[in-house]
Design a protein around this ligand. Structure first.
Ligand code: NDP
Length: 292
């Protein structure tokens, strides 16, 4: 089977151009969407992610604040900043880049974010809204991006069996909730490290979403002919042929699997580009909801 490659860059560009129109409309009404990104510490990967998020805001003409706090920032200081951002009318979305340094209790910090500005969708109020299928809530950006990819390629989910590998609050669980919701109607199995016979289970799937964090774990024996495979994984593996000494691979062994799939996302260029597009989408949504 010749697979269709799901082009995340193209879909993200089209999402961004639709968002540009919405942003222009909001501006015409006197509202500029605003996002605050908070980074504690100097984790290099986090610095790159935060930089990309701020750049996306600039490209779309969104107001942004980038807060870079030293690694020794206390929990109280961070919470104080969150409260300041909650009260700042220029800010509609607040994001604390994960992971913070170990002395910070991330869940406790998230509880302090005004749920109406929680564009990462991590606050328990937004987790509840997702489960309740309340459209006003905020859904984590990566699974939201996966759903957008399925929509963009007209991939039917109703009545299909989807296996989501991974049960994190950032990807696996929200992904499963989105797929089982009444506007998607998939039958969903969530798999994790204790799941028995994962390859056998995955072979019963029409749609596989791999969010494991294990390089190229999903091999041909996991995939039935014609399956749709979404690869969320971003893993660095050593590669001396590359100037940086590493390359990025997904959780799926792309070369081994692709010829069995009807649709597959590459890594990079699949799910990855969607995450920031959906962050902007959530910020625009927050602006709309806070200013209506
Ligand atoms: P977590 O480490 O939080 O969760 C991984 C999940 O995979 C856990 O539920 C774990 O099970 C499960 N798992 C681990 N090993 C196995 C195994 N051998 N068999 C079956 N299940 C297993 O990761 P995240 O959800 O945060 O991220 C997953 C991947 O997605 C990573 O590669 C990450 O880099 C990437 N990612 C990409 C994003 C993007 O923008 N594209 C955004 C966020 C993440 P258990 O619960 O039992 O431990």
């Amino acid at each position: 089977m010749t697979p269709t490659l799901i082009d995340g860059k193209e879909v993200a560009a089209s999402v961004r151009s639709k968002l540009q129109q919405e942003i222009d409309e909001l501006k015409a009404q006197g509202h500029i969407p605003g996002l605050a990104v908070v980074l504690v510490g100097e984790d290099p990967a986090s610095q790159v992610y935060v930089g990309s998020k701020v750049k996306a805001c600039e490209e779309l003409g969104i107001y942004s604040q980038k807060w870079t706090l030293p690694a020794e920032t206390t929990q109280e200081e961070l919470v104080q900043l969150i409260h300041q951002l909650n009260a700042d009318e220029r800010i509609h979305g607040i994001l604390v880049q994960s992971p913070p340094p170990p002395h910070i209790d991330e869940e406790a910090v998230i509880l302090n974010i005004d749920p109406r500005k929680d564009v990462d969708g991590f606050h328990p109020a937004n987790v509840a809204r997702l489960v309740l299928e309340d459209a006003e809530g905020f859904v984590p950006c990566t699974p939201l991006g996966c759903m957008e990819l399925l929509k963009a390629y007209g991939i039917e989910t109703a009545g299909k069996h989807a296996v989501v590998i991974g049960r994190s609050m950032i990807v696996g669980k929200p992904m499963a909730n989105l797929l089982v919701a009444k506007n998607a109607n998939a039958t969903v199995t969530i798999a994790h490290s204790r799941t028995r016979d994962l390859p056998g289970l995955c072979r019963t799937a029409d749609i596989i979403v791999a969010a494991v964090g294990r390089p190229e774990m999903v091999t041909a024996e996991y995939v039935k002919d014609g399956a749709v495979v979404l690869d969320v994984g971003i893993n660095r593996i050593a590669d001396e042929t590359r100037p940086r000494g590493y390359r990025i691979v997904g959780d799926v062994d792309f070369e081994a699997v692709k010829d069995k799939c009807s649709y597959i996302t590459p890594v990079p260029g699949g799910v990855g580009p969607m995450t920031i597009a959906m962050l902007i989408a959530n910020t625009v949504k927050a602006c709309r909801q806070l200013t209506r």
